[in-house]
Design a protein around this ligand. Structure first.
Ligand SMILES: Nc1ncnc2c1ncn2[C@@H]1O[C@H](COP(=O)(O)OP(=O)(O)OP(=O)(O)O)[C@@H](O)[C@H]1O
Length: 228
C-alpha cells in the first residue's frame, strides 16, 4: 500500500512543487498520474521511491515510513519498487542479460538463480533471443522492454513509471502498455505518470490529476482531461 498524508515539497530554489497531497493507493491498483507540464507529477512519484524527500508530511510504502527512513536503508526500499523511465536508463556497456542481472547481482543472489530469473523475465518481455545484444542494438520499444524486465526482476510489489511511452511511437507504446497490464494482472501495483491521452482514455484505470502540486481529480475509471 502507498499512503501519503499532508505531503508538501519545496525544492531548494523555492519552487513549491507539491502543495498538500493526501492519497491512498491499494495493492494491485493501476493508477495514471496526469496533469499539465510542471504540475508536480514527477515530483509526486519521485517521492515514492525516495528520489526526492518531502519537505513535510508522511509517506508510507509497504509499511515503510519514508520520512524516517535512513539513507542506508534506501536500497532496501528500492528492492520492493521497480522504476521505469522515459529514457530507459540502460547501461550501454552491458548486454541485455547483464543489464537485467545487475539488479540481482548487487543483492548477492547466486548465479544459478540469477540466470533463471533473468531468462524468465526476458521471456515475459519477449526478448530472450536478444539476451546477448547491447542496448544500442535494440529499438526504443525493445530497450523499454529491457528496462521493464530489469524493474521487475526483483519481484517488486510496486512499479513506478515516469512517462514510459514518452519516447515511443504509438504502436510500440501500446505494446508496452499491454506489458504493464500483464504485470499488473500478476498483482503488481502500478503508478504511471503519463501525457498519453489516447492510452488513458482507452485503457481505463484510476486517474489522479495533479495541478499546481495538488490532486484536483481522483476517479476510478477516469479520463485524461484537457491537458496537452
Ligand atoms: N530538481 C528541481 N529543482 C527545482 N525545481 C524543480 C526540480 N524538479 C522540478 N522542479 C519544479 O517543480 C515543479 C514540478 O515539476 P515536475 O517535474 O514534478 O512536474 P511534472 O508534472 O512532472 O512536469 P512534466 O509533465 O513537464 O514532466 C516545476 O515547477 C518544476 O520546474
Amino acid at each position: 500500500m502507498i499512503e501519503m498524508s499532508e505531503v508538501y515539497k519545496t525544492y531548494p530554489n523555492g519552487v513549491l512543487a507539491i502543495n498538500g497531497i493526501d492519497i491512498v493507493i491499494n495493492p494491485g491498483e493501476f493508477v495514471y498520474v496526469v496533469g499539465p507540464s510542471g504540475a508536480g507529477k514527477s515530483t509526486f512519484i519521485k517521492m515514492m521511491y525516495r528520489e526526492e524527500k518531502p519537505s513535510s508530511g508522511k509517506i508510507i510504502i509497504n509499511g515503510i515510513d519514508l520520512s524516517t527512513l535512513k539513507e542506508s536503508k534506501v536500497p532496501l526500499l528500492r528492492r520492493s519498487i521497480g522504476v521505469v523511465f522515459q529514457d530507459f536508463k540502460l547501461l550501454p556497456k552491458l548486454t541485455v542479460f547483464e543489464n537485467v542481472a545487475f539488479a540481482l547481482e548487487v543483492i548477492g543472489e547466486n548465479p544459478r538463480n540469477i540466470r533463471k530469473r533473468v531468462l524468465d523475465v526476458l521471456d515475459l518481455v519477449q526478448l530472450k533471443h536478444k539476451a546477448r545484444f547491447f542496448p544500442n542494438e535494440l529499438s526504443g520499444g525493445e530497450q523499454q522492454r529491457v528496462s521493464i524486465a530489469r524493474s521487475i526482476v526483483n519481484n517488486p510489489s510496486v512499479m513506478i513509471a515516469d512517462e514510459p511511452t514518452g519516447n515511443l511511437d504509438p504502436d510500440t507504446s501500446w505494446e508496452i502498455m499491454h506489458l504493464f497490464e500483464e504485470i499488473n494482472n500478476r498483482g503488481t501495483t502500478i503508478v504511471m505518470a503519463t501525457h498519453n491521452k489516447e492510452i488513458v482514455n482507452t485503457l481505463k484505470k484510476r486517474v489522479i490529476a495533479v495541478e499546481d502540486g495538488k490532486i484536483v481529480r481522483d476517479e476510478a475509471r477516469g479520463e485524461y482531461g484537457i491537458y496537452d
